[in-house]
Design a protein around this ligand. Structure first.
Ligand SMILES: C[S@@+](CC[C@H](N)C(=O)[O-])C[C@H]1O[C@@H](n2cnc3c(N)ncnc32)[C@H](O)[C@@H]1O
Length: 210
């Protein structure tokens, strides 16, 4: 089965349409285009990184919502998706309506927000943050700063999941923050060294000494 056929099939199972890409009209320097995380990568993530029902996921730059619906469906956890492109956000809302018809039995909320990731007010229960290269390092730093401020206020352990991690994000986390790598999950058959997830964790004791 070709990659696209397999991807189409998985979309169909969730009742959504997340295929394709969408560029920004003005070729924005800070905001990256829409492109979904491949399902085969998500399958590998879910095998190796199990979410508990106390976890609450945020996908920064959720696009058409693939990651949010996938994790909601697989782990029955609350998910929030934030998207800054109005057309892509509309697509995500349509997907939510269709997905909800199939996932009536899953009571965990799905919260889709239109807006900029760097302006999202981190909820005190949010503890798992997903990034598939949505924006520039400059914005990434702001978002991580917001997460760290939230942790300082409401002590908890938090994880960042980076898919297809770029060196700018990695270097920043490793040299400027107390996050440490707890796992690397490779996508099988991936020919590209970046086809993997890196999970970073901020342990609550480290983030709040004393
Ligand atoms: C590479 S896609 C990832 C989509 C989704 N997270 C996934 O993995 O399937 C990045 C998305 O981030 C959105 N985006 C870019 N800058 C953003 C910002 N500042 N705030 C919110 N969303 C943004 C883009 O419009 C695009 O839909």
């Amino acid at each position: 089965m070709s990659i696209t056929m397999a991807e189409r099939k998985q979309d169909k199972l969730l009742g959504i349409n997340t295929l394709g890409i969408r560029e920004w009209k003005d070729n924005s320097f800070h905001y990256n285009r829409y492109e979904p995380t491949p399902y085969k990568a998500l399958d590998e993530l879910a095998k190796n990184y199990v979410l508990r029902n106390t976890d609450k996921v945020v996908d920064f730059g959720c696009g058409r919502g693939r990651v949010a619906f996938y994790l909601h469906n697989r782990f029955h956890v609350p998910v929030t998706g934030i998207e800054a492109n109005d057309r892509t956000y509309e697509d995500a809302l349509e997907n939510k309506s269709a997905y909800r018809l199939r996932a009536k039995h899953i009571s965990a909320p799905i919260n889709l927000k239109y807006g900029l990731a760097q302006l999202y007010k981190i909820d005190r229960a949010d503890n798992c943050f997903y990034f598939f290269n949505p924006f520039s390092e400059h914005i990434f730093r702001k978002v991580v700063h917001n997460i760290m401020c939230s942790v300082e206020k409401f002590r908890r352990e938090v994880d960042l999941i980076l898919y297809y991690p770029i060196s700018e994000y990695k270097n920043f986390l490793e040299t400027n923050t107390p996050f440490t790598v707890i796992d690397e999950i490779r996508v099988p058959g991936g020919s590209d060294e970046k086809e993997k997830f890196i999970i970073y964790r901020l342990k609550s004791a480290e983030s709040n000494p004393g």
